[in-house]
Design a binder for this molecule. Structure first.
Ligand SMILES: NC(=O)c1ccc[n+]([C@@H]2O[C@H](COP(=O)([O-])OP(=O)(O)OC[C@H]3O[C@@H](n4cnc5c(N)ncnc54)[C@H](OP(=O)(O)O)[C@@H]3O)[C@@H](O)[C@H]2O)c1
Length: 267
């Protein structure tokens, strides 16, 4: 039977997941904070296998539920409704953005996915599809066996949930490596070697803005599963913990923000 992906969050990441899932033959129920009526154009564009719903509807329809909202609002996730569900945690900790800051994350007591799991004790949480920008999430997807297919890491406690999420990610266009438990998932958080950078193409000097934008949207050098394992194994715990925009070249931020405001992925 065709599986349904429930998506909480219809921003850059939620939309990218929806497009990938639909392209791979899944059904999608997508939700946001403002209600399904605000998603009419999006689901029309996604086609007949997509519908908009409330957060509760996305959860109850989802064989797998993607959390694609800001970590700052994790406490709004309905723990009771998510109990027993396979959940992909796509959130990341960016303490410099907004006023969301937590000592238990800053001091490494918890990984951000452990924090989310603590709030969702019955959910089978798998951290995944969080470590590349939305443009590259959508643009770098390739079918199995394609020479440009790249690899994404995941982490979690529940073996069956990890298998289900692995199957989903493999089907939509990426190889997958299991990097351990949620406690280990600091190895794949922001500011680690497998985060963001490996999925971006090199931008040669001297490009016009339009050329840079076009190159930026192309795939980075693909990472094999063995190379992904190596990157993760060699990771040192970042300090300070959490992502920053300052760590990126201005061209990346400018292009990211421009593409985000245009809200389209050009192919
Ligand atoms: N941007 C990236 O490239 C990227 C890549 C990987 C992972 N991530 C992570 O993925 C998450 C989402 O990022 P994004 O860039 O997609 O953010 P975004 O474009 O700002 O979208 C956030 C979405 O979350 C929804 N939302 C906010 N509060 C909600 C609530 N209480 N209940 C239901 N929905 C709620 C918003 O709904 P409304 O539209 O109704 O406000 C919006 O649709 C973040 O944790 C981010 O760190 C981002």
């Amino acid at each position: 039977m065709t599986q349904t992906i429930g998506i909480i969050g219809s921003g850059l990441v939620g939309k990218a997941v929806a497009h990938l899932a639909i392209a791979a033959g899944y059904h999608v129920v997508i939700s946001n904070s403002r209600g399904p009526e605000t998603l009419a154009d999006l689901v029309k564009g996604l086609g007949p296998r997509a519908r908009a719903g409330t957060v509760d509807e996305a959860i109850s329809a989802g064989d797998i539920v993607s959390i694609a909202l800001p970590l700052a609002v994790f406490e709004s996730l309905p723990a009771g409704k998510l109990a027993g569900k396979v959940v992909i945690d796509q959130t990341n900790y960016y303490p410099g953005i907004g006023d969301f800051r937590r000592a238990d994350l800053d001091n490494g007591e918890l990984t951000s996915s452990e924090l989310v799991q603590k709030h969702l004790p019955g959910a089978k949480l798998v951290k995944g599809m969080h470590n590349l920008g939305w443009v590259h999430m959508q643009y770098n997807a390739r079918p199995k066996g394609h020479p440009e297919r790249t690899t994404l890491p995941l982490a979690g406690e529940d073996a069956a949930a990890k298998q289900a999420v692995t199957r989903f990610i493999e089907t939509i266009g990426f190889d997958v490596v299991d990097t351990g438990s949620l406690a280990d998932s600091w190895r794949i958080e922001p500011n680690t070697p497998i985060y963001f950078w490996p999925y971006i193409p090199a931008l040669p000097d001297g490009l016009t803005e339009a050329e840079a934008k076009q190159v930026y949207q192309q795939a980075g050098t693909p990472i094999s599963p063995a190379a992904a394992h190596k990157l993760v194994a060699e990771t040192k715990r970042p300090s300070p913990i959490g992502g920053t925009l300052e760590g990126m070249p201005p061209i990346h931020i400018a292009l990211f923000l421009e593409l985000a405001s245009a809200n389209t992925v050009q192919r």
